[in-house]
Design a protein around this ligand. Structure first.
Ligand code: ARG
Length: 493
């Protein structure tokens, strides 16, 4: 440690100012309460920058060695909590500069700032941080996907009512419905992997906006920090936040995708539906009503999805209308995505647990599957197979529904003579009653055997396909964020 005392005020600017900042300004300007989490990435950047200064001859070999030692000491002190921001530090960069000066002394410590600006630094750090957390989030999203696949496999050939407009539509496999939630989440991970290619560009070396005069090599810094390339334009490097905003969209989309499954879970878990029971460990009770068991995880998911969208909206609104080079508004990018990541990192494991442990009432789903005239389309399509134009087939099937509804019975309760009468003029009397063959749920789902359909064989194929995509997506989640972008396109299945 140098002679400098622990809390001496350090500012990164001030030469041209007669006075220090007013307390009101200092309070407004301060960001360490949220940006200190970038400290590790900042120190990594400083190490790379020190080497660039060394290569450019602006630090001697001995100075570089001492600078690296000082940065290592600083990192250790940050890790242990021995060094932390104090009231006076404007932001994480200011705090770390103070730390470096304390450890290395003004003479050596004061050399590190040459050729860099907080503008290129901060633009670089948020990228490093997001690239790392995108992988964590991707892994957690895949945890939900795994839980859905596990439930789909367990459900096997179990059937349930499929709905559109929330009304009974056609019978489907429970597995098909569950997998319908897995695919959007797999696309979200695909989006993250694809986004990583665009954010994989380092702004370090852009300086305040125009580049540096010191002959520093931004490529070397970029590679050291895990980026494949340097931003082609130094103004763009410091001023753009579209890649941060794109991340915030993906985070919001994950929230929305989860929220739709959450809403369904809440409905399925009502007494009226009673399709699913949530595990005790993943539901909550009421402080007044002893009998209550509430789907709080699903409700918090639905609620927090609003917040995830809000973070994205706030960031987009901040960016709109900003002149292109650094402006302090850009500081606002961080809280939005930090909040999103913090939210998702807590939400996703709970949500995955809820999905993994929920128990479906397969008998009830089966009883409900054909009700509400859900086999009417099957009648129409059977008629088409007998040569009746769909326009008429639709009408004839509708007439069957009307008849059954009038009598208060289901379609399969209609008598052979009913079908003969309704189909008269379109089908011979001998053929009409054979429509009964399709009036079963099993027959209905089995016949929907085109690619992507709900037939058990197609659903089994779909699950196998999803597992393949998930395995590839794991490759991204487990890839290192300080390496080149994960280029193995998840979209090529
Ligand atoms: N705390 C700032 C941010 O997060 C760092 C850059 C400040 N640059 C400046 N010229 N005031 O964006």
């Amino acid at each position: 440690m140098s002679e400098k005392s622990g809390e001496e005020h350090v500012a990164l600017w001030g030469g041209r100012f007669k006075s220090g900042p007013s307390p009101e300004l200092a309070r407004l300007s301060k960001s360490t309460q949220f940006d200190w989490r970038l400290a590790d990435d900042d120190i990594a950047g400083s190490r790379a920058h020190a080497r660039a200064l060394g290569k450019a001859g602006l630090l001697s070999a001995d100075e570089l060695k001492r600078m690296e030692d000082a940065l290592n000491t600083l990192q250790r002190m940050v890790d242990s909590g021995e060094f932390a921001p104090v009231e006076d530090d404007e932001d994480e960069a200011t705090a770390l500069e103070r730390g470096l000066l304390e450890i290395a002394g003004d003479e050596l410590g004061g050399k590190l700032r040459a050729g860099r600006s907080r503008n290129d630094q901060i633009a670089c750090l948020i990228r490093m941080w997001l690239r790392r957390h995108a992988r964590t989030v991707a892994g957690l999203v895949l945890g939900v996907v795994d839980a859905l696949i596990g439930q789909a496999e367990k459900a096997g050939g179990a059937v349930m009512p499929g709905r559109t407009h929330m009304q009974h539509a056609q019978p489907i496999l429970l597995a098909h419905q569950l997998m319908a939630h897995a695919w959007p989440l797999l696309r979200d991970v695909d989006r993250l992997a694809d986004w990583d290619r665009r954010i994989d560009e380092s702004p370090y070396g852009a300086g305040a906006l125009a580049g540096n005069t010191l002959g520093l090599d931004p490529e070397a810094v970029a590679h050291e920090l895990g980026f494949s390339r340097v931003n082609a334009n130094s103004i763009d490097g410091t001023a753009s936040r579209d890649t941060v905003a794109e991340f915030s969209f993906i985070a919001a989309m994950i929230g929305v995708d989860l929220s739709r499954l959450a809403e369904e879970t809440i409905i399925w878990n009502t007494q009226e539906f009673a399709f699913v029971r949530l595990d005790d460990a993943y539901s909550t009770g009421s402080s007044i009503m002893p009998q209550k068991k509430n789907p709080d995880i699903a409700e918090l998911t639905r609620g927090k999805s609003g917040r995830l969208v809000g973070d994205m909206t706030g960031l987009m609104t901040t960016l709109k209308g900003l002149p292109t080079a650094y402006a302090r508004d850009l500081q606002e990018d961080k809280e939005a995505v930090f909040d999103q990541v913090d939210t998702l990192e807590v939400l996703l494991p709970a949500f995955a647990g809820m999905v993994r442990t929920m128990v479906f009432d397969l008998d009830r789903l089966k009883t409900q599957a054909p009700t509400g005239f859900a086999l009417a389309t099957d009648i129409a399509e059977w008629l088409v197979k007998q040569g009746v134009p769909f326009r008429h087939a639709h009408e004839l099937s509708g007439a069957c529904v009307q008849l059954a509804e009038g009598r208060g019975v289901e379609l399969w309760d209609l008598a052979d003579e009913d079908f003969v009468t309704v189909f008269k003029g379109f089908l011979p009397a001998g053929l009409a009653p054979q429509v009964r063959r399709v009036l079963s749920v099993e027959g209905s789902v089995e016949q929907r055997d085109g690619k992507g359909g709900t037939a058990p064989a197609r659903v089994a194929e779909q699950i196998a396909q999803a597992k393949g995509v998930a395995a590839k997506a794991r490759g991204f989640a487990e890839s290192t964020s300080d390496g080149p972008a994960y280029l193995d396109g998840l979209a090529d299945r």
